[in-house]
Write a protein that binds this ligand. Structure first.
Ligand code: GLC
Length: 557
C-alpha cells in the first residue's frame, strides 16, 4: 500500500470533515511512504474553550476552532442573527436583504450573485454578471448561514463553463481556465435561460482571470468543509476540474522561480497597475489552492501524479515566498546594504536588486516591529508596495509562518492610519502618482492616486482581515475595523470602494449596492460572532514546511 493514500478522500468516511486531511504532512508526499502516522488533532477535534485561550493577545499560538456545520435555515432569517446572544446591528438585516436581491437564477435555481445592482449608475458594463471572485464572500455568507445549495449550484455551473472552448480572436486558451464571470440571459418570450461566460475575451483590456480557478478550488473546500458532504468534491467532474486548473500552473517551462508568472490585471486588480510578474495576491491564492486541492484530490492514477507535483511545488513555493518576499526592518536594512553584481551560488543579493531602487516611503513606513510580504519579486525588481489581499490570504493559508502572521498584524496595527484609515481596507499602499502613474498605469483615469486599485479602500477586504485577525488571535483589530465600516456602509449604500488617503470619500466611479461589500460585511460579522466558521477558509500550519530561519527583529521578539 502506498502510504500517501492516507490523506486521500477515498479513505475518509463521508460523514467526517475534510479538515483532518488538512493536517497533511508534506514530507509524507515527498519522502518514502510511511505507515502509522500519528495525526495531530485537527481543528475540528479541538474544543471551543481552547479558542478563548487562542484569542488572547500576545502568544504565538493560533486560535483553534471547532467544526460547526451550517444550520440550514431555509428561511429568510439569518441563522447567525437568530443565534445572537446580543442584538444584531441593524445593518445586518439590511445586508441580508440586499444580498438576497442580488441572487441570480438559472432555470429556477440560484447559481450566484450579481456583482452590483446600482440602478443609479448610467453604465452597467459587466457589473450585471456573476464574477467568480466576487461570489466567494457571498458563498461564505450562505454557507455560514446554512444555505449551501447556491454554492453547490455555482460550483457545478462554473465547472461546466470550464469545459467550453475558449478563444480570444484566433487564439485558444488553456483547457483549465475558469471564467472571470458569467451571465444568465433570460428570454421571456421563449422562456429559456442561457449562459454566457467571459474568460477574458470580453473583459476590459482582455485580462486573464488567473485567480478564478484558485478561488474555485478554495470554495470547493469551503463547501465540503462546511457541509461535511464529500460527495461533490469526489465526483470525477470536480476531480478533473481541479486537475485541469492546476495543470495550467504546474507545467514545467523556462521558469527559474516556483512562483507563477502573470500578466498585469490578472486578479482582483484587473487593470494595468504594475503587478505583472509574480504578484503576491496570485502567489498566495496559488499556494492556498494547491493546499486545498491536496486535501481533496483522490489518489487514483491521475490524481496521484498531480498530488506529487503539488507537494513538490508547495515545498519550493513556501521557501521562495517566505524568504524573498518577506520584508521587515532587518530585511530592509539588509537590502539597503546589498552589494550588487554578485555572480554564482554564493550571491547574497540573488536577484541583483539595486539598493537605489528602494523607494523613499518604505523607510518611513516600516515599523521597528512588524513586517509583510511585498508585492512582487523578480530580477532587479522588488515592488515594495503592500497588498492587503495577498497578505491576508498568506495568513489564512499558513503560507506565512505564525511569526510572520503576527508581524503582519503588528504592521496593520502600527500603520493603521495608512492601511485602514477611515474605511477598511486599503487594497494597496501607497498610491502611485505623477510620472510613475503615467508609466505604470498607462495614464488610467480610473486608477488615479488614492482611488480604485491605486490606493483605494475596499470594504470587501473586511472579511479577509477579520479572518486573519481571528486566526492570529487578535479579534479586537477586526472589531475596530468593523466599527468603522458600520459608521458608513449602509448610509452610503454599500459602495464598491472609497477614495482618498484615509478612505473618506465614496469612490469616484464606485458602484452602489456592490454585492461583495455587502457579503464581506456579513461574513466578517458572522465570523466574529462564531469563530468556528474560520475553518472553512483557513488552513492549519503544515509543520513539515519548515520556516526559513532568518535574522529578523520581528520574528524573535
Ligand atoms: C472590478 C474589480 C474586480 C471585480 C469586478 C466586479 O473590475 O476590479 O476585482 O471582480 O469589478 O465587481
Amino acid at each position: 500500500m502506498d502510504g500517501t493514500k492516507e490523506v486521500g478522500l477515498r479513505n475518509v468516511s463521508s460523514t467526517c470533515s475534510i479538515s483532518e486531511m488538512d493536517d497533511f504532512d508534506l514530507s509524507r508526499l515527498l519522502d518514502k511512504p510511511r505507515l502509522n502516522i500519528e495525526r495531530q488533532r485537527s481543528f475540528d477535534e479541538r474544543s471551543l474553550s481552547e479558542l478563548s485561550i487562542g484569542l488572547t493577545r500576545g502568544g504565538l499560538d493560533y486560535c483553534e476552532i471547532t467544526y460547526s456545520p451550517g444550520g440550514g435555515s431555509g428561511l429568510d432569517t439569518p441563522v447567525s442573527s437568530a443565534r445572537n446572544s446580543f442584538e444584531p446591528h441593524p445593518m445586518v438585516a439590511d445586508a441580508w436583504e440586499a444580498l438576497r436581491r442580488s441572487i441570480v437564477y438559472f432555470r429556477g435555481q440560484p447559481v450566484g450573485t450579481i456583482a452590483a445592482i446600482d440602478h443609479a449608475s448610467e453604465e452597467v458594463l459587466n457589473y450585471d454578471q456573476v464574477f467568480v471572485r466576487d461570489f466567494v464572500p457571498s458563498a461564505l455568507a450562505f454557507l455560514m448561514n446554512g444555505e449551501p445549495e447556491i454554492v453547490k449550484n455555482f460550483l457545478l455551473k462554473t465547472l461546466h463553463l470550464q469545459g467550453w472552448e475558449k478563444r480570444i480572436d484566433r487564439f485558444k486558451l488553456g483547457e483549465g481556465v475558469m471564467p472571470a464571470s458569467f451571465k444568465v440571459l433570460h428570454d421571456p418570450v421563449r422562456k429559456t435561460d442561457t449562459l454566457m461566460a467571459d474568460f477574458g475575451e470580453s473583459a476590459i483590456g482582455r485580462v486573464a482571470p488567473v485567480d478564478s480557478g484558485f478561488w474555485w478550488i478554495i470554495l470547493l473546500r469551503a463547501y465540503t468543509k462546511s457541509t461535511g458532504d464529500l460527495s461533490l468534491a469526489e465526483t470525477p467532474e470536480c476531480q478533473k476540474g481541479m486537475r485541469l486548473i492546476l495543470t495550467l500552473c504546474l507545467s514545467e517551462g523556462f521558469d527559474t522561480f516556483p512562483t507563477l508568472l502573470c500578466a498585469d490585471g490578472c486578479s482582483m486588480i484587473d487593470r494595468r497597475m504594475g503587478i505583472y510578474g509574480y504578484p503576491i495576491e496570485i502567489q498566495a491564492l496559488f499556494f492556498m489552492a494547491l493546499r486545498c486541492a491536496l486535501s481533496m484530490l483522490k489518489h487514483d492514477t491521475e490524481g496521484k501524479e498531480c498530488i506529487e507535483r503539488i507537494a513538490k511545488r508547495l515545498h519550493a513555493l513556501s521557501y521562495h515566498i517566505r524568504s524573498y518576499f518577506w520584508l521587515d526592518f532587518q530585511q530592509l536594512n539588509d537590502i539597503y546594504r546589498y552589494k550588487t553584481e554578485e555572480y554564482s551560488h554564493t550571491a547574497v543579493n540573488k536577484f541583483n536588486v539595486i539598493p537605489d531602487s528602494i523607494p523613499d516611503w518604505v523607510f518611513d513606513f516600516m515599523p521597528t516591529r512588524g513586517g509583510y510580504f511585498i508585492g512582487n519579486v523578480s530580477p532587479a525588481r522588488m515592488d515594495f508596495r503592500w497588498f492587503a489581499l495577498g497578505n491576508c490570504v498568506a495568513i489564512l493559508s499558513s503560507l506565512a509562518t505564525p511569526e510572520q502572521s503576527m508581524a503582519i498584524m503588528d504592521l496593520i496595527e502600527s500603520r493603521w492610519e495608512e492601511l485602514v484609515g477611515e474605511m477598511p481596507l486599503k487594497i494597496a499602499y501607497p498610491a502611485i502618482e505623477s510620472h510613475e502613474w503615467r508609466i505604470v498605469t498607462g495614464c488610467d483615469p480610473k486608477n488615479t492616486r488614492w482611488s480604485y486599485h491605486n490606493g483605494g479602500s475596499w470594504p470587501v477586504l473586511l472579511w479577509m482581515l477579520t479572518a486573519a485577525c481571528i486566526k492570529t488571535g487578535r479579534p479586537q483589530i477586526a472589531r475596530r475595523a468593523i466599527d468603522l465600516a458600520e459608521t458608513r456602509l449602509l448610509k452610503d449604500s454599500w459602495p464598491e470602494y472609497y477614495d482618498g488617503k484615509v478612505g473618506r470619500f465614496i469612490g469616484k466611479q464606485a458602484r452602489k449596492y456592490q454585492t461583495w461589500s455587502i457579503a464581506g460585511y456579513l461574513v466578517a460579522k458572522m465570523m466574529l460572532e462564531d469563530p468556528s466558521h474560520l475553518g472553512m477558509i483557513s488552513l492549519e500550519e503544515d509543520k513539515q514546511m519548515k520556516p526559513v530561519i532568518k535574522r529578523s527583529s520581528s520574528w524573535t521578539c
